[in-house]
Ligand binder design. Sequence first.
Ligand code: CA
Length: 239
Amino acid sequence: MAEEQPHILLVEDEINLARGICFNLEQDDFRVSHVESGEEALERLRFDRFSLVILDVMLPGMDGFAVCRAIRGQDSRVPILILTARTDEEDRIIGLESGADDYLTKPFSLSEFLLRVKGMLRRSAWYRPEPIEEAYRFGDNEVFLLSYHARTAQGEIDLTDLEVRMLSLFFQKEGEAVTRKELLERVWGYSSDTETRTLDNFIVRLRKYFEPDPANPVFFQTVRGVGYRFSRSALTRHT
Ligand code: CA
């Protein structure tokens, strides 16, 4: 139920405008979470999956462009609609270069806004039944990071946001040892390594999904005293 209802993150510090947007989106059956700063938005994006981010450019603290870059830096493919107060061509270009997918200039009409939002949701990867996306392959597995799913020897599985974050970090660092600290920081956003069990439980889960023999992992290897290493080919196994 809630899973199928698009969940939108609105980042807007003008309270009246934010209220109006929330009200109208909710009338149209969207779920909306509203935050007033970029910092809060990044925090929310760490733990929740959204179908769309609506991002004001002029924010207290980090501006919308910086937030946009940070979202893309976290490797998130969530569609981003930027709200800019200026009609400046420059602003639009910076916005799109920062990783936004579309922009709307304030003031905008409600109908224009809703059309834009719906259009973006329709185009977004999560609304495509058959994503046109190249798979990341290893062993008998195919992983589709953009659409959060994988084909494994056991069948099709849906991936959670954290799983996608962890897999994308491993894929980027293929063949390298990734420290526990880095995994905790980049996947969970922790600054210390207190919750080490969470990480180990996660690795157990990935091995169950993807390893032919989870007890003797070849893809997600333990690097004793350091962390873990992902290796695409079982032949490069380090013993
Ligand atoms: Ca603003």
